[in-house]
Design a binder for this molecule. Structure first.
Ligand SMILES: CC(C)(COP(=O)(O)OP(=O)(O)OC[C@H]1O[C@@H](n2cnc3c(N)ncnc32)[C@H](O)[C@@H]1OP(=O)(O)O)[C@@H](O)C(=O)NCCC(=O)NCCS
Length: 139
């Protein structure tokens, strides 16, 4: 499977990744700002969009992976790892030394994914949608 990671991503690609429409809890202003600022990567397999990752800088100085999603049919083929590797490389290139990410506590797969990639579990924070487990990795 040939995985291509790029910044070539559109609203239509995101709709496809979400199976039809982007959920309302990711409002258009948010999606537009990450696209505009180039803080979103797409993964493609044979030109078909298979996943995406978006990141931001909390407090302007703490790189944070916000969203990471791989289309179910393409999961467990190294696409999530490839997206994270691309984000790590780009953020490291900006001079940052550490990256933070997270996963819902109710999503054991998301937590194992981070651990397999070498992230260390930090702490759990109660947010409006439930408990969120935070992870960190040195770049
Ligand atoms: C979590 C997610 C991004 C992983 O993407 P992926 O492309 O399937 O992951 P990869 O194939 O790159 O796997 C990387 C490593 O994580 C492990 N892993 C991935 N998903 C896993 C799961 N559900 N359970 C256990 N281990 C998992 C893989 O075995 C692999 O380990 P290895 O390289 O040591 O063999 C993807 O399953 C997804 O989008 N899930 C739904 C949304 C979600 O949970 N988002 C992320 C919250 S962090």
């Amino acid at each position: 499977m040939r995985i291509e990671i790029s910044k070539n991503i559109s609203i239509t690609d995101l709709e496809s990744i979400y199976g039809g429409s982007i959920p309302p809890y990711h409002p258009p202003f948010y999606i537009q700002s990450r696209l505009r600022d180039g803080q979103m990567f797409a993964a493609r397999v044979d030109t078909k969009v298979a996943g995406f990752l978006s990141y931001t800088f909390i407090w302007g100085n703490c790189p944070f992976v916000e969203l990471l999603k791989v289309v179910p049919d393409f999961q467990r083929h190294g696409i999530g790892r490839a997206l994270m590797d691309a984000a790590k490389k780009e953020i490291r290139g900006m001079g940052f030394k550490r990256l933070i990410s997270s996963s819902e506590e109710s999503n054991p797969g998301g937590q194992t994914f981070h651990e397999r990639l070498g992230f260390t579990r930090l702490n759990t924070v109660l947010l409006s949608h439930g408990n969120e487990v935070f992870f960190g990795i040195d770049l």
